[in-house]
Design a protein around this ligand. Structure first.
Ligand SMILES: Nc1ncnc2c1ncn2[C@@H]1O[C@H](COP(=O)(O)OP(=O)(O)OP(=O)(O)O)[C@@H](O)[C@H]1O
Length: 618
């Protein structure tokens, strides 16, 4: 496999520019839980000043001890010392230091508790926002692979990157601690601070560089990572197990997985090794600077400029400061690096659908009066230079049952997608009762069109929920669900299930029962009957049904669609012939129209296809 060619690396400006998303992140965190956000910030604030206090009390203790050793001993045991009052101050200091240490531990634990709760709330909240936003997007925005990559990165951002939040909060706390320690150091030896910053600068630049490299690697690996997830899914899920076994595809999948994974591993390893090597070198530089400063402090203590207490305070502060500044600088670059991932999340939130309701929408006519007219409609799918349908002209009169026939790829499903406004025509227009489809309220339009596609979803929920999904606000309305099930003949299947309507379907979850293809289809058709649809569309509704079921289902469909407009797509002429009118599609155009008898008599395309199928039964 060839190594990927990365576009030029993102500039520092771009990386720092990504930090502009931090306010949006904080807004999201705040919305996830105001109380926990305030709690976390307050705890961090309290924790930030403790280190300098502990160090300073330590210095006072040492100075006091050194002072005491220079005075004459009161003699005797501990009780004499206590009575003389010479231990009062140091004793008080020890108790104070103990109290501070206990408080620091307490606040530390409380803070990680609050942070972990906040992270989970944030992750859940952002996931919900992600799903809500995804629901507003056009179908086309899901289908393009670029969008799927972006969605994938946004998803990972939501679930995998809550550490960013803890990191930012930790950084804020560390900044305050640094300020408090620096204030102490400043009073004694300001040059120490300059020394530390100089020593850490190379490490900072190195980190920024490697973070950007890591991000690029991840960014350009998104398609491969989705491939890996997909292969993992193929190789280890119930839906695919049957075919994978029969065709013995496992070793093929493992091989493919390995070749992708090994390639990614090699890239990651190369980066990790370089990062570790440079990191070690920079850390060594920083250590040299630290010991240089330490030597200077020791020298000035020996000369009597600093007390022993000062020595411990300074070396302690200096050590902490070095660690903190190192953490801060690296943390900053990591945050800038992670903010690049935030870019994925927020740029996904910025994607706007193009199929929307107009500002002043019409509501769906109830009942439909004249019907639907396609006027010279053409659609080219995004990223495709072929017309899926073109110069499509047809009329669907209100109240009639129309069947669409045509060979694979003729454009039948495309016509339905256009009608449900899953796509808007590239050219021409679709009129509903004389008005352009785009003038109607989108949600209202979709509410009044009941469609079951040939690749309908088999929800691994209960049977009742599978049907209720057709009208989600009625999902608890058992009598409505039962009625829909009776209409589609799904009731007989459900009666046989051990837990009836509460029976989980599919094999994915515990106690699930799988159904046959035809049984699933009846459940899906019931879903369409849940709606008060003015237009009912069934795409290959009877493909998986046996002959008797097909006949019964269709008879019911006819009865139930009385007064409604219905479209039926089928390759089975036994179904098609029962429609009022049949439209024959070829290469995205209507080439013939009429009743079964008329079309057979005219001896055209339909007659030919019908004859082909009929001869198969003779
Ligand atoms: N999402 C898509 N992106 C690009 N091209 C598509 C897409 N969906 C369908 N097409 C193309 O549009 C044409 C019409 O497809 P459509 O699904 O409408 O055919 P159909 O008549 O329903 O076929 P079938 O009988 O196989 O279901 C085909 O050439 C197909 O390759």
């Amino acid at each position: 496999m060839a190594a990927p060619v990365f576009p030029s690396s993102r500039s520092l400006r771009e990386r720092v520019g990504a930090l502009r998303h931090l306010p949006s992140l904080f807004r999201l965190v705040w919305q996830a839980s105001p109380a926990l956000t305030v709690g976390s910030l307050s705890l961090r604030l309290a924790r930030s000043v403790l280190p300098v206090m502990i160090l300073y009390v330590g210095k006072l203790i040492i100075d006091e001890v050194v002072g005491q050793t220079q005075l004459a001993s009161p003699g005797g045991g501990l009780s004499n010392w206590i009575e003389s009052g010479r231990l009062d101050f140091v004793g008080g200091l020890l108790v104070l230091e103990l109290a501070l240490a206990v408080l620091a531990d307490l606040l530390g634990r409380a803070s990680s508790l609050v942070d972990s709760l906040l992270s989970e709330r944030y992750s859940n909240f952002a996931s919900v926002r992600l799903m809500e936003h995804a629901a507003t997007l056009d179908l086309e925005q899901f289908e393009s692979s670029d969008q799927q990559d972006r969605l994938e990165r946004a998803r990972r951002q939501v679930t995998g990157r809550t550490t960013l939040l803890t990191q930012i909060l930790g950084q804020a706390q560390d900044v305050l601690t640094v300020l408090s320690l620096a204030a102490g150091l400043l009073a004694y030896a300001p040059w120490l601070i300059v020394l530390i910053v100089l020593a850490l600068l190379p490490a900072f630049v190195g980190e920024v560089h490697f973070n950007a490299q890591g991000y690029r690697l991840n960014y350009f690996r998104t398609p491969e990572r989705r491939q890996l997830d997909y292969i993992r899914y193929l190789g280890s899920s119930v839906e695919t197990a049957k075919e994978i076994k029969l065709f013995d595809l496992n070793s093929f999948l493992v091989h493919r997985f390995r070749s992708f994974a090994d390639h990614m591993y090699a890239d990651n390893r190369r980066l990790a090794i370089r990062r570790a090597a440079w990191g070690t070198f920079f850390a060594a530089l920083a250590s040299c600077a630290y010991y240089l400063a330490y030597a200077l402090i020791v020298w000035r203590t020996v000369r009597g400029e600093f007390s022993i207490g000062d020595l411990t305070f300074l070396s302690g502060s200096f050590l902490r400061l070095r660690g903190l500044l190192e953490g801060l600088l690296l943390g900053f670059s990591q945050i800038a690096g992670q903010a690049l991932y935030l870019e994925d999340l927020f740029s996904f939130f910025d994607v706007r659908p193009s199929i929307t309701s107009p500002p002043v929408p019409r509501s769906f006519p109830h009942p439909l009066e004249s019907g639907i007219v396609f006027e010279n409609v053409g659609l080219r799918y995004p990223d495709s230079d072929r017309w899926a349908v073109r110069h499509l002209n047809l009329t669907l009169t209100a109240g009639e049952v129309v069947a669409l026939v045509g060979e694979n790829g003729a454009g039948k499903t495309t016509l339905v997608k256009l009608l449900a406004r899953l796509y808007d025509p590239t050219e021409g227009r679709i009129l509903l009762d004389g008005n352009d489809l785009r003038e109607y309220d989108l949600a209202d339009l979709r509410r009044h069109i009941g469609v079951i596609f040939q690749d309908f979803v088999r929800f691994h929920f209960t049977a009742g929920e599978n049907i209720g999904a057709g009208r989600i606000e009625a999902t608890d309305d058992r009598s409505r669900i039962q009625q829909a099930a009776e209409r589609s003949l799904a009731d007989r299947i459900i009666q046989r299930l051990p837990r009836g309507y509460d029976q989980p379907l599919g094999k994915r979850f515990r106690d699930g029962t799988d159904l046959s293809g035809g049984e699933w289809q009846k459940i899906a058709i019931a879903r369409a009957y849940m709606r008060d649809a003015e237009v009912l569309i069934l795409d290959e509704p009877t493909a998986a049904l046996d002959a008797r079921s097909e006949y019964e289902v269709f008879q019911r469909f006819r009865d139930l669609s009385l007064g409604k407009t219905a479209i039926l797509i089928s390759h089975r002429f036994s179904t098609v012939r029962m429609a009022d009118r049949i439209l024959v599609l070829e290469n995205g155009q209507v080439v013939e129209a009429g009743s079964h008898e008329q079309l057979v008599a005219s001896g055209g395309r339909y007659a030919e296809l019908f004859e082909l199928q009929a001869s198969g039964y003779r």
